[in-house]
Write a new protein. Sequence first.
Length: 306
Amino acid sequence: MALQRLRGRIGEDATEQLHAAEASGEDAVAACNALGLFGGETRLVVVDGVEAWKAADVKELEAYLAAPAPTTVLALVGDGIKKDAALAKAVAKAGQILAYDVSKKQLPEWAAEQFARLGAAADRDACRALVEAVGDDVGDLASEIQKLATWANGEQITRATVEELAVGRAETPIFAVTDAWGRRDVRATLRATESLLDRSHRPRSGELIRLVASMVGHVGRVRKASRLADEGVRSSEIASRLKMHPFVAEKSVKQAANFSQDELAQAMVRLAELDAGAKGGSRLPPELQLERTLVEITRRPDERAG
């Protein structure tokens, strides 16, 4: 996010992008000094992947930082660099280190803090939805936070806002469908499904197949979480055993409470039948098959009776 602000302030035309896999410390220094020769105008040199630099590269950097080009900003981006590493010490001595060491469990709280720094307000559910939609990559999250904060323009950011705008594309996130299914809200499930199919950049038929596969995976995870929860296993341990994100595990357990084991088993059977039918195994239109299956696996027993 800090790098985005730098680019925005200095401008793309005044920015040079390098990667440590191809550019040495000497190359980065040369870029900084060369840009400085134009004088007056502030320039930005960004070097990605600096964790790959060796001792010789760090020495070149240290020499440059003793007398840096006055109109050049040097931004070094890297992963897994320890605070006591020579590179980190060199940067800390002459500049500023921005470290994003955030555990998965703390990502929603971190997202809320980033929104606040940008003068935006996002509720807890919105921050959790953002993590679920975007994933664990802090850089990707920072990009989406910047976009959402700009769009909100002082308005409250909600889960609906995230579902509408997050992930950098005009698609309905799949979790809008799975969340509605997990609540056993038939109308919301069908509405989210139609929105996903309408707004996807993929062909409608291809998006339908992708949706079915996602539902198979999601219901399968909920079913596994349900079994473990019935054994008294906590959601944190379920996350570890099933290699899920902690929030996904927590949500899976919550959704599992709305279904019996028999219902989840039957849902898996119906989704398998839908998968085969949508790929040519049925004469019915795939979208009609999808709608019927979603209604059947979502509605409650008393709704079936009625």
